[in-house]
Design a protein around this ligand. Structure first.
Ligand SMILES: [Zn+2]
Length: 82
């Protein structure tokens, strides 16, 4: 029997923004495509889910458009305000 691939979105990777230097851009853990959360054109990624806590972004789940990996971003609240 053939195993059918499911389209279920499962979190493949978790990226902690507090461990990233610079403007928050990071390479996709799978294919290396640069993903910038500040890039609102969604050219390189697609936002799957956002979680807001106390009116602030707490978690962001996105999928890389290049390889389809689902990546969870955490650490927003720990970032100092500028
Ligand atoms: Zn990717």
């Amino acid at each position: 029997m053939m195993k059918k691939a499911t389209m279920k979105k499962e979190i493949g990777y978790t990226v902690d923004l507090t461990k990233i230097d610079g403007d928050g851009a990071f390479p996709c853990p799978k294919c290396g495509a640069m993903i910038s959360p500040d890039d609102e054109t969604e050219e390189t990624y697609h936002i799957v889910e956002t979680k807001v806590k106390n009116d602030e972004l707490a978690e962001l789940v996105l999928s890389c458009k290049k390889c389809g990996s689902v990546i969870k971003l955490v650490g927003f609240l720990a970032q100092p305000r500028k």
